[in-house]
Write a protein that binds this ligand. Structure first.
Ligand code: IMP
Ligand code: MG
Length: 174
C-alpha cells in the first residue's frame, strides 16, 4: 500500500473540530446528517460521535467511479433517503470533492426537497481538480491531486477498511 497521507490521529483530531463546529452552528436545532454511501460511512460514524448534540442520520447512494480512478462525469442516484427532508436542517456528509459534480448534483437535488437549511461537510477537498464550483461549509483537509484509499476511500471496492488515508502511488503494487 502507498504511503500514509493522513494518519488516523490527524483524522480523529480534525473530525473532533468539525463536530464541535457543526454542534455550535446548529445548536438548539434538530439536524439530519445525510451520508453518501459508501465512502462516507467511516467518516459519518466518527463525525456523529463528535457532534455534542442529538442528531438523526440517513444515507443515500450515488453512482461512483467503479474500478476506474477517474470520474465519468455522470452522476446518478442509486439509493434514495428513507425520510423526508422538508423543513429539516440537513448536512450532507461526503468523503471527498474532486470535480465537484457529485456534490453539485446532490445540492441541486436536495434543494428541490425544500429543507430548512442545507450544508455540506466533506472530509477531503481535492481543490485542484474542481470543474464545477460547489459551496462547501465544512472541510476536513485540502489534499493534492492524488488518488487516496483507506478510511472509506476505495479503489474498485477495496481498501475502505484501512484506518489511515494512503496515497496510491502510480505503478506501485496495490
Ligand atoms: P466528484 O464528483 O468528481 O467530485 O467525485 C467525487 C467522488 O469521487 C467521491 O465521492 C469519491 O467516491 C470519488 N473519488 C474522488 N477522488 C477519489 C480518491 O482519490 N479516492 C477514492 N475515491 C475518490
Ligand atoms: Mg463518494
Amino acid at each position: 500500500m502507498g504511503r500514509v497521507l493522513i494518519p488516523r490521529e490527524e483524522i480523529a483530531a480534525r473530525t473532533s473540530e468539525l463536530g464541535r463546529a457543526i454542534g455550535h452552528d446548529l445548536a438548539g436545532r434538530n439536524p439530519l446528517l445525510v451520508g453518501v454511501l459508501k465512502g462516507a460511512v467511516l467518516f459519518m460514524a466518527d463525525l456523529i460521535r463528535a457532534i455534542p448534540a442529538s442528531i438523526a442520520m440517513d444515507f443515500m447512494a450515488v453512482s461512483s467511479y467503479g474500478a476506474r480512478a477517474r470520474s465519468s462525469g455522470a452522476v446518478r442516484l442509486t439509493a434514495d433517503l428513507s425520510v423526508s427532508i422538508e423543513g429539516r436542517d440537513v448536512i450532507i456528509v461526503e468523503d471527498i470533492v474532486d470535480s465537484g459534480r457529485t456534490l453539485d448534483y446532490l445540492r441541486r437535488n436536495f434543494a428541490t426537497r425544500r429543507p430548512k437549511s442545507l450544508a455540506v461537510c466533506v472530509l477531503l477537498d481535492k481543490i485542484g481538480r474542481r470543474e464545477v464550483d460547489v459551496k462547501l461549509d465544512y472541510v476536513g483537509f485540502v489534499i493534492p491531486d492524488r488518488f487516496v484509499v483507506g478510511y472509506g476511500f476505495d479503489l474498485g471496492g477495496l481498501y475502505r477498511g484501512l484506518p489511515d488515508i494512503h496515497v496510491l502511488e502510480p505503478g506501485a503494487p496495490a
